[in-house]
Ligand binder design. Structure first.
Ligand SMILES: C[S@@+](CC[C@H](N)C(=O)[O-])C[C@H]1O[C@@H](n2cnc3c(N)ncnc32)[C@H](O)[C@@H]1O
Length: 276
């Protein structure tokens, strides 16, 4: 396991992923009854952008820094405020990861289950939330955690699957695992982040999903470079299975702005569509 998210914290892909994560949590919280947030690849939770790793790549400069410099659409303000709250000194120094963001929105009746395989990252996340009984943290493989924690007892859940895609076969892994997860918890809301480098593997992924999954699926894509090099992170996507009511409307409110703010030289595109 060589991947370290601290190089990438706050980059355009994090902004896209976390804005949608917040929209999903807000949608689930329209109902009073509690839900369970399951984060299969939790990461460290909070990233110091002044660290050597973050400073080496400075990816946040073409991500969250650009967004904070503008006035934003109302639908994205909860996410923006969450980043601002992580930086009480007002200057951008910390970037909140998915468990930190979800935790900041958690109500008394909600719960969080985090899995992280890397030993020291696991230790960090475990200590970060040790004080809170609503949070349980596990050093467990992501795909094992789906077996272990689905279905949640609340029967209402949001599952974020955010792998590092270090392994060539991560897409096939997802294709094999998602139907099994859905068999355990058919009504769960699943959000799966994926990188977009060149188009053919993404199209194959979509075709496979259509064959295997009968639940409604929504796809959001944000591409900020031309899809010309298979080695480069040109964009990313989020697959949402069982999207909550009006999630598409919510995301449509800010996705065009995200693209115009984050796109390099107006390259790439943003798209939101139902996968049918
Ligand atoms: C992309 S990062 C997660 C970022 C986090 N979800 C966020 O948005 O802030 C992927 C994380 O998954 C962890 N990881 C890698 N393989 C894993 C596995 N098989 N099971 C659980 N965690 C894994 C890595 O150590 C890394 O911290």
């Amino acid at each position: 396991m060589n991947y370290s998210h601290s190089y990438h914290a706050g980059n355009f892909a994090d902004v896209f992923k976390h804005a949608i994560l917040v929209s999903l949590i807000e949608a689930l919280q329209r109902k009073e009854s509690g839900f369970c947030y399951i984060d299969t690849h939790a990461g460290a939770g909070l990233y110091d952008l002044s660290s050597d790793t973050a400073q080496k790549s400075k990816e946040y400069k073409s991500g969250i820094s650009l967004l904070l410099d503008q006035s934003c659409h109302d639908n994205i303000m909860t996410y923006v405020n969450c980043v601002k709250k992580a930086n009480p000194e007002s200057e951008l120094r910390y970037y909140p990861g998915s468990p930190y963001i979800a935790h900041s929105l958690l109500r008394a009746q909600d719960r969080m289950v985090l899995s992280e395989l890397h030993p020291s990252v696991y230790q960090t996340i475990k200590e970060r939330f040790a004080h809170d009984k609503r949070v349980s943290t596990h050093r467990l493989d992501a795909y094992q955690s789906l077996k272990a924690f689905l279905p949640p007892k609340e029967r209402r859940g949001l599952i974020l699957i955010d792998p590092p895609y270090e392994q060539q076969n991560e897409f096939s892994h997802l294709i094999n695992t998602l139907p099994l997860a859905l068999k355990r918890f058919a009504t769960g809301v699943y959000a799966i982040w994926y990188p977009i480098k060149d188009r053919p593997p993404i199209e194959r992924f979509y075709q496979e999903l259509k064959k295997l999954i009968e639940q409604p699926m929504l796809i959001a894509e944000l591409c900020i470079y031309p899809e010309s090099s298979a080695q480069h992170l040109n964009g990313c996507g989020m697959l949402i299975i069982n999207p909550p009511w009006q999630l598409d409307k919510q995301i449509n409110g800010y996705l065009p702005q995200l693209w115009s703010t984050l796109s390099q030289k107006a390259w790439g595109q943003q798209r939101l569509f139902a996968l049918t």
